[in-house]
Design a protein around this ligand. Structure first.
Ligand SMILES: Cc1ncc(C[n+]2csc(CCOP(=O)(O)OP(=O)(O)O)c2C)c(N)n1
Ligand code: SF4
Ligand SMILES: [Mg+2]
Length: 352
């Protein structure tokens, strides 16, 4: 059985957020993934982020492709709109839905196989077009659902469970997203909820293409010595550049920070991102070229850089560039859809 509904009961004293929902209202069915799978921790972080952002679940549309990762939308936001599409095709289905109804908040969930192998072209075009969405890749370096083949994000030299070595170069989706023009690019780790939840909140409030690569160990097929996506390896090589707080516009914006260690970035919707810099670096996430160099530099040292890596605070989205109507298509009235024969005659005359 792949769908186990959770009982609706909850403790009467469970707190509500400002739109009247408890945390339970953001949950989905009981997960059927392997116990300990990193993907389940990401689902928990999504639930946490949406509850804290006070998002009404029915205002969210969650879409995915095929894979263990793409199964996860069943396990969170049971009251949201959902569409489980074809392997690697989530970005185009989401783009279509977004163009038809811009009033929903779009969350795309995918895997490294789904996005870096079969769906690489779809991933690239969603990023370069600036589709207003949060795009999460649950990156375990293998095709988990089909029993652990190397994926395109598996590092060269990494070993699979049977001891075979990957001979191909890895695709770094974070570097690609920056290069392709995504306006929000981050990397995190499923085992670091304190870092991941604020990143998801910031991505959900961002206008434009927001991409988060989340290293998410596959405990069944890729959590052994020799894997560069295991819990132990990521913990040992994780280099966090910053820590994020999200202050949404409706709250009174007060900040308290040590000068020189915190950076404030105001987003398109008025929300404020408070970035606490970690370590001794002076990392500036708004400098695209520097972000790219930083990534390459640390990759050469086998370090996995996490945190908010690139942000364009003046981002725009596909609707801005295409100039679409502000009203969702299903709400347009006949007089708007059909302005009459006089308007058609005028248009035809202008083309003669
Ligand atoms: C068109 C098509 N090709 C191949 C498959 C077989 N298939 C299903 S899931 C998958 C890979 C999933 O890997 P990933 O996206 O990394 O997800 P994970 O299971 O690791 O979370 C493949 C190759 C398919 N379902 N459809
Ligand atoms: S096979 Fe791997 S990715 Fe799939 S549910 Fe199990 S641990 Fe998770
Ligand atoms: Mg995978």
């Amino acid at each position: 059985m792949s769908f186990l509904p959770k009982p609706k009961l909850h403790h009467p004293s469970l707190g509500c957020n400002s739109v009247g929902f408890t945390r339970r209202d953001y949950e989905g069915a009981i997960s059927t993934l392997c116990a300990g799978c990193g993907h389940d921790s990401i689902s928990a972080a999504i639930i946490h982020a949406c509850f804290e952002l006070d998002l009404p679940p029915h205002r969210i549309a969650k879409l995915s492709g095929i894979g263990c990762s793409s199964k996860t939308p069943t396990y969170f936001l049971g009251n949201a709109h959902g569409f489980n599409s074809v392997h690697g095709r989530m970005p185009s289905v989401l783009t279509g839905a977004n163009l038809a109804n811009r009033d929903l908040i779009y969350l795309g969930v995918s895997g490294d196989g789904d996005s870096a192998s079969i769906g690489l072209g779809q991933f690239a075009h969603a990023m370069r077009r600036g589709v207003n969405m949060t795009y999460i890749v649950e990156n375990n370096g293998v095709y988990g659902l089909t029993k652990g083949q190397f994926s395109a994000t598996s590092d060269k030299g990494a070993k699979n469970k049977g001891g075979a070595t990957n001979k191909d170069e890895a695709i770094d989706l974070v570097g690609m997203a920056i290069q392709l023009g995504a306006s929000f690019v981050a990397r995190s780790f499923s085992g670091d909820k304190a870092q991941l939840v604020p990143l998801i909140k910031a991505a959900l409030t961002h206008n434009g293409a927001a991409f988060i690569d989340v290293i998410s160990p596959c405990v069944t097929f890729n959590n052994h010595a020799g894997s560069t996506k295991s819990f132990d390896y990521v913990r040992e090589h994780n280099e966090a550049v910053n820590f994020l707080d999200v202050i949404v516009e409706k709250q009174e914006i007060t900040v308290n920070y040590e000068p020189g260690t915190t950076e404030l970035v105001r987003q398109h919707d008025g929300s404020l991102l408070r970035l606490r810099k970690l370590g001794q670096n002076d990392y500036d996430p708004t400098d695209r070229a520097a972000a790219f160099n930083f990534l390459e530099h640390h990759k050469a040292k086998n370090e996995i850089v996490t945190g908010l890596l690139y942000l364009n605070p003046k981002s725009s989205d596909l609707h801005d560039s295409v100039g679409t109507a502000t009203t969702p298509l299903n709400e347009l009235q006949d007089n708007t859809l059909c302005p009459g024969s006089a308007a058609l005659d005028k248009l035809n005359a202008s083309l003669r």
